[in-house]
Design a protein around this ligand. Structure first.
Ligand code: FAD
Ligand code: THG
Length: 836
């Protein structure tokens, strides 16, 4: 990439003076800090194990039920572990859990049996999805291969071969004994000094000055420096005691056991892989007892059966256990028929036993991890499956120990939710949907049609036929049907069914109009922070990597790093006045991270909701904007990466000259009440230039052509700036900043965020696919989009350092698609489009 060096002052900050401007929370001392873990299910036990392994010597686990089977979800989880997940982090949590459980045994019985996993497809859609899943497995390092129907039947003799199109076999998946593993982990933690107290019901969380101080139980109070709620589906109850929203919904899920099946002999049954029949929301495993072999059948096919965590009976009042509700046979009847259809031999048996087991679901299906921003010292480890338990425990223990989880957790972080996503109605509705979709083929862009947050431009967007998808609670236009006539005559490759979903050829027309004329982009969902106060400059200098000591009116692209040099976020920082900065940020965690470190002389505010932003981009952007303002918007008077307070028509705006799509233009910000007027003013003035509104689909294409990274997808805290190709935003010489000392040499990287182009002009990939170098998996795609200007699909991927021109393959639905390492950026390397 070519980058213009900011012309900022070379003045060096004095290290000492600056460091006083950042509040540093003293790291908890594992030797002295008192940790109270609430709940001794698999998560609490694994956490006690990981904490004590790191030298935490005052760990107390409080459990309301008896030990070792306290009555939570773990007590009777059938323990199927399928590692492959759309999320790389979840897959790695699972792989670590398998590794941990494999080393554990209770009374000579192993806590994990690697019988392998088999997912069968009975519909073409699922069969196609299994091809995609093999790719995910390869991307994340899980062994697996596709099998023919005959091979599936050889592995699972009961299968109706004629019903099956094929299967996905993962030899390292298997069965966890969750209750046994809990015992083994508890024993290991106790041997290192942890204390487990059964029959202690937590009834209160004491706090002072925004910190936890103690946990109150029915049998006394336990002073605590750190508290972790590992209370499973009781999470919201503990959350209420702490004044912290815990966005999960407990739902019952049916699990049945058959009568003894003579067709299954003990020896062959012991080797049967765990089996998933996701087209019918079913999974299977075997159970052996003195009488013979039975099949356990789990079903997600039934109606959502929500449970109010506040009315769950206490252990002694529950008929079986608090997490086990009475079986509802009517709900199971269709699943039984589906099971018999797949495994015809079953019709000689019957359902002998069953229960409706309760566990946690969240609005996005991901766990709830991390320290609450509302209450310091109060951590959550909720909505975690057995499958991910030890991996989650490791990340959390690491996080509590040195402030870094050691793996990208942003999609699991409790801070990922907006306030509006924490309301009970939202949580209940979305969590129930997570239940319904748990085994569905889910497209990465699959929409949720519930307008929640809308920008002031929303009515105009609707008039233009916007196709909306949700992001961060926002309705975001992906393209506008009004632009359909512009598609005529464009040469747009035909797409396969999967990549054609939630996509339209209109995106190509919008991208073209942006490169050739001018387009309006709704940038309102971009998170905006304001940092003010006498210490603001010194504070931001210390928090970020680039030189911000430049004159008011400057805009700087800069990074937030953690102490290990991992990228926590990338920001644009506009210095609007000596003590006033406007930041374009990413996740909600950015706000918390800055607030946590801000000294008293600095105020950090999130101003996203009260404001809005429209990007006016394209070669005609100046022709559109200049007549609307009395300020000089010429290149000399309003340079690239500069900011100005101005007026557009009657609307006061803050204008930033930058563009994530790589074209001339401005981001124009104003207050939300004036947004519609701003949009209309621009739209009216733009008519003579054939201005269009353009959506995120074009935006993605344009930003990838220009080589601009998206935090959370292309890079995370697992990556350093030099690896991510962002060394230009790092000024190690400017003075102290968080992460500086861990950075190393720019040239010393062993992997790189690498730009690839697909060789065939009609091929596309979407992201998360494995990349093969010399035929072997060597990395994975982060973002991908068709580059309409360059006429090829662009894919960014994490790969070992490769020279441009190196041929590679990307595996897409089982096909090996040829691609080539490219010099970046692909579009406008000389910056001619931006510097005019
Ligand atoms: P729990 O095991 O529920 O532990 C929480 C503990 O907190 C409980 O023991 C509870 O008593 C205690 N507690 C709560 N409130 C208090 C309080 N106020 N004071 C003190 N203690 C308190 N996962 C898989 O990975 N694979 C599967 O195949 C699988 N199948 C499942 C099948 C069924 C039928 C069910 C119900 C779940 C299944 N799960 C499966 C999910 C899995 O069981 C859970 O996600 C997991 O066990 C949760 O562990 P936990 O430690 O968070 O919660
Ligand atoms: N607009 C604003 N803030 C933002 C974004 C934005 N903050 C979050 C995220 N998006 C940040 N990402 C980028 C990525 C690239 C650029 C801007 C924001 C960019 N980079 C130029 C380059 O790499 O050549 C310029 C870099 C430089 O001169 O230092 O423009 O969309 N407000």
């Amino acid at each position: 990439m070519s980058h213009t060096a900011p012309p900022g002052s070379a003045a060096q900050q004095e290290g000492e003076a600056v460091s006083q401007e950042v509040r540093t929370t003293p790291a908890p001392d594992p030797g002295h800090a008192r940790v109270v873990v609430i709940g001794a299910g698999i998560v609490g036990c694994a956490l006690a194990d990981e904490l004590t392994a790191r030298g935490w010597s005052h760990v107390t686990v409080l459990e309301q039920g008896p030990l070792p089977a306290p009555g939570g979800s773990t007590s009777h989880a059938p323990g199927l572990v399928f590692q492959t997940n759309a999320s790389r982090t979840m897959t790695r949590f699972a792989a670590y859990t398998v590794g941990t459980f494999r080393e554990l045994a209770v009374a000579g019985e192993p806590c994990f049996r690697p019988v392998g996993g088999l997912e069968v497809a009975t519909t073409p859609e699922r069969w196609a999805d299994l091809h995609r899943k093999v790719g995910l497995a390869a991307s994340w390092g899980v062994r697996g291969e596709l099998l023919t129907a005959r091979q599936c039947a050889a592995l699972w003799p009961l299968l109706a071969e004629d019903k099956v199109l094929g299967g996905f076999h993962t030899p390292d998946d298997g069965l966890a004994d969750a209750a046994g593993a809990s015992r083994a982990l508890q024993a290991r933690a106790e041997a290192r000094g942890a204390r487990f107290l059964a029959r202690h019901t937590v009834t209160g969380i004491e706090r002072a000055d925004g910190r936890v101080t103690a946990v109150v139980t029915d049998r006394g109070t336990f002073p605590a420096d750190l508290v972790v709620s590992a209370a499973g589906f009781w999470g919201p109850v503990i959350g209420r005691l702490a004044g912290v929203a815990v966005p999960l919904l407990p739902l019952a899920h049916q699990y049945a056991t058959t009568s003894v099946l003579p067709a299954l002999d003990a020896r062959s049954a012991a080797a049967l892989p765990i089996l998933r029949h996701q087209d019918r929301d079913l999974y299977f495993r075997t159970h052996r007892d003195a009488d013979g072999v039975r099949l356990g059948i789990g079903s997600y096919a039934h109606r959502p059966l929500p449970v109010d965590p506040f009315t769950v009976p206490a252990y002694d009042d529950a008929p079986v256990m608090p997490s086990s509700l009475a079986f509802t046979p009517d709900d199971f009847a269709p699943s039984w028929a589906d099971a018999v259809a797949l495994l015809p031999g079953l019709d000689r048996g019957a359902v002998a036993d069953g229960f409706n087991g309760v566990f946690s679901f969240t609005p996005d299906g991901m766990p709830l991890l991390g320290e609450s921003p509302r209450l310091r010292g109060f951590w959550l480890a909720e909505a975690v499956w057995v499958t991910h338990s030890a991996g989650v425990a490791r990340a959390l223990a690491q996080w509590m120990t040195d402030g870094r989880p050691g793996i990208d957790v942003h999609a699991c972080d409790i801070r990922r939710f907006e306030d509006v996503q924490l309301t009970p109605g939202y949580v209940e509705e979305r969590a129930a949907r997570s239940f319904v979709e748990v085994y569905d083929v889910v497209h990465p862009l699959q929409p949720i049609h519930r307008p929640l947050r809308t920008s002031p431009f929303h009515p105009r967007q609707q008039e233009l036929g916007a196709y909306f998808l949700e992001g961060g609670g926002w309705e975001r236009p992906h393209w506008y049907e009004a632009n359909a006539p512009l598609v005529d005559g464009l040469d747009i490759p035909v797409r396969d069914a999967w990549s054609a979903r939630y996509w339209s050829p209109i995106a190509a027309a919008e991208a073209k109009a942006t490169r050739e004329r001018v387009a309006l982009y709704d940038m309102t969902p971009l998170r905006r922070l304001e940092v003010t106060g006498t210490g603001a400059l010194a504070f931001l200098q210390r928090m970020t990597t680039n030189q911000l000591d430049r004159k008011p009116g400057s805009v700087t692209y800069t990074l937030l790093l953690d102490e290990a040099g991992g990228i926590r976020s990338d920001l644009t920082v506009a210095r609007l006045a000596p003590d006033r900065f406007r930041i374009g940020a990413n996740s909600p965690a950015d706000l918390d991270w800055l607030r946590e470190h801000a000294p008293d002389s600095v105020t950090v505010r999130d101003i996203t909701s009260g404001t809005c932003c429209v990007g006016v981009w394209g070669p005609l952007a100046r022709a559109l904007v200049q007549p609307l303002t009395r300020d000089d918007f010429s290149h000399t008077a309003f340079g690239y990466f500069r900011a100005k307070e101005s007026v557009i028509g009657h609307v006061p705006v803050t204008a930033l000259r930058l563009s994530y799509v790589g074209e001339l233009g401005w981001e124009l910000y104003t207050s939300a009440d004036l947004g519609l007027r701003l949009w209309d003013t621009l739209w009216e003035a733009g008519r003579r230039l054939d201005v269009i509104a353009a959506g995120r689909s074009a935006f993605e294409s344009l930003r990838l052509e220009k080589g601009y990274r998206a935090w959370g997808r292309d890079m995370t805290a697992e990556h350093t700036p030099y690896e991510a190709g962002l060394g230009f935003a790092v000024r190690p010489g400017k003075g102290e900043f968080i992460g500086r000392d861990a950075l190393g040499e720019p040239g010393a990287v062993r992997r790189r965020l690498t730009c690839l182009t697909l060789d065939s002009r009609s091929a596309v990939v979407l992201g998360s696919e494995p990349v093969l170098v010399d035929g072997a998996p060597a990395g994975y795609v982060t973002s991908a989009a068709y580059g309409y200007t360059i006429g090829r699909c662009v894919a960014y991927a994490w790969l070992p350092v490769l020279t441009p021109g190196t041929p590679v393959h990307i595996e897409y639905f089982g096909e090996k698609v040829a691609a080539t390492v490219a010099e970046e950026p692909l579009f406008d390397p000389r910056m001619a489009h931006l510097m005019r």
